[in-house]
Design a protein around this ligand. Structure first.
Ligand SMILES: [Zn+2]
Length: 290
């Protein structure tokens, strides 16, 4: 569901938002989320400070950080099934977004075993809740070459259906404008997102994010030609919160609308999920990088 998705993401579509979408307030949700998070972090910090220091009993052996290998033999694709645990994502009857995306993620991992030079890892492989920042952290720890966050859309009009693919992009003016307004509304503190942006040069990942998105877009309607679903749009750049934290090319894939009967049936169809997984993996292999 868009509202739930937007709770998780900073979503800044380049296209004008239609009147139907006007009730959604992605920035507001994100800001509330960040403020809430910062507040709870401060409270936790205060609680730690209030406690008397513990006497040191033993030295803890520090784990060696594995050096980043200069040449990896396999390309590591990190698949992030959105939501999970207490957060079901969008729901229609007994169909939950968190279950659909987990099933698809596992399907991608299974199918990938037939591919050479590619290794699929998941941010979660069971029904658990993961903080947004944790998802990006996992991807970075895995030293991923591509990060794909999987989601399912929803809309009040059930005739609306199809897939939407977003890629990491902060190069358009309206993004920085919106971002600035986010920062300004969080008075005093530097927002988490702001810190991430200062910390990294996103441009390095932006070109390849678009390269991956373009190849997937080129292949998807062909790869899924036997099914009644189309890719609605892929030229959507976005500064998704979940994407910004991952230091690698990143995509966010809305694989269909739970509110659309055709999409909903497909998303529960094993053969369809397999065809989608194959198309994604073929496209990843085929993508020419910068
Ligand atoms: Zn979602």
């Amino acid at each position: 569901m868009l509202k739930i998705l937007l709770f998780l993401l900073l979503f800044i579509p380049p296209l004008s938002i239609s009147a139907d979408d006007a009730e959604d307030d992605p920035l507001g949700d994100l800001i509330e989320d960040i403020i809430r998070k910062e507040k709870s972090e401060k409270e936790a910090e205060a609680a730690v400070k209030a406690q008397p220091p513990k006497p040191e009993t033993k030295t803890v052996q520090k784990k060696e950080v594995q050096p980043k290998s200069a040449k990896k033999s396999n390309k590591i694709i990190v698949i992030d099934p959105g939501h999970g645990g207490k957060d079901p994502g969008t729901v229609k009857g007994k169909v939950y977004e968190k279950d659909i995306v987990l099933k698809l993620a596992k399907k991608i991992r299974d199918v990938s075993k037939k591919y050479k030079g590619i290794e699929v890892r998941l941010t979660r492989d069971r029904d658990i809740f993961l903080e947004l920042a944790e998802r990006a952290k996992i991807a970075n720890r895995l030293d991923g070459d591509l990060f794909i966050s999987l989601h399912v859309n929803s809309f009040k009009d059930q005739t609306t259906g199809g897939m939407e693919l977003y890629h990491l992009d902060n190069t358009r003016n309206e993004y920085s404008g919106k971002l600035a307004s986010v920062e300004n509304r969080i008075s005093g503190d530097v927002s988490t997102l702001d810190m991430i942006l200062i910390d990294m040069d996103l441009s390095y990942y932006i070109d390849d994010s678009l390269n991956y998105a373009s190849t997937i877009a080129k292949n998807i309607n062909k790869g899924l030609s036997g099914y009644k679903i189309k890719l609605r749009d892929y030229r959507k750049g976005a500064l998704f919160y979940v994407l910004v934290g991952a230091r690698m090319p990143s995509l966010l894939f809305e694989v269909g609308y739970i509110t659309n009967p055709t999409d909903r049936a497909l998303l529960q169809n094993d053969k369809f999920l397999e065809a989608l997984a194959r198309t994604l993996l073929d496209s990843i292999i085929e993508t020419k990088l910068k």
